[in-house]
Design a protein around this ligand. Structure first.
Ligand code: SF4
Length: 218
């Protein structure tokens, strides 16, 4: 790709955003939840696991555990058993229990609304905090960088590398803050439906004219 000026890159990004917005007008978080606590737990469970599998698990889990107190007071083995099929279940169960105990102790059982408070909870990294803030509270404090966002940002030539912190910083400079949460969904939806890891469908891609297809084998 020829060297692109910052202004040109910014302009190209806005065109990509318009295209993705047009193609995915209903893009949203594909984890099922009906309150911030459920989204927090579902996001912890989604590490190294598909949203589909998490939704199957949480459909039962949330019938049994309805509050942070329920999770905090449950025997660890019971949570482990309930989340087993999402993988890394011992760690996830431990984090959910510890995280919910802190919610009860420090926040009256509610999920806090700031990055710092969320980030301090067990099992909650910047990505999980961004998911919860953006989707449960409508607060745009950052861009969720997952495997799809990383792949697409690189292929589209918007940011480079795999360091999530650096990628997020670069993307935040290019995308208007109001769009940060949706932007992740647009890339994730595009990654799942068009620009998948092994065989991107560049021929039929809606952003083809705007994409340098960096790293895509021809
Ligand atoms: S043109 Fe190809 S590499 Fe670029 S976003 Fe579309 S599918 Fe992905």
């Amino acid at each position: 790709m020829p060297l692109e000026s910052t202004a040109d890159k910014f302009e190209r990004t806005q065109k990509i955003l318009s295209a993705l917005k047009r193609v995915y007008p209903n893009a949203h978080c594909e984890l099922n939840f009906s309150n911030p606590l459920q989204l927090l737990v579902a996001t912890i469970l989604s590490a190294q696991c598909t949203d589909k599998r998490v939704n199957l698990v949480t459909a039962e889990l949330f019938k049994k555990f309805r509050s942070a107190k329920d999770f905090a007071e449950a025997p660890l083995a019971e949570i482990e058993e309930a989340v087993k099929s999402t993988g890394f279940f011992r760690n996830k169960a431990k984090n959910i229990k510890a995280c919910c105990a802190a919610l009860v102790e420090k926040f009256g059982g509610e999920v806090p609304r700031t990055m710092d408070e969320l980030h301090a909870l067990a099992g909650v990294g910047r990505k999980t905090a961004n998911v919860v803030l953006g989707n449960a509270f409508g607060i745009n404090v950052g861009v969720v960088v997952d495997t799809h966002v990383t792949r697409l940002a690189n292929r589209l030539g918007l940011a480079k590398g795999t360091d999530a912190v650096k990628l997020e910083r670069e993307l935040m400079k290019l995308v208007p803050q109001d769009d940060w949460t949706l932007f992740s969904h647009w890339l994730i939806w595009h990654g799942r439906r068009r620009c998948n890891a092994r065989k991107p469908d560049c021929e039929n891609c809606e952003t083809q004219k705007l994409c340098p297809q960096i790293g895509v084998k021809k």
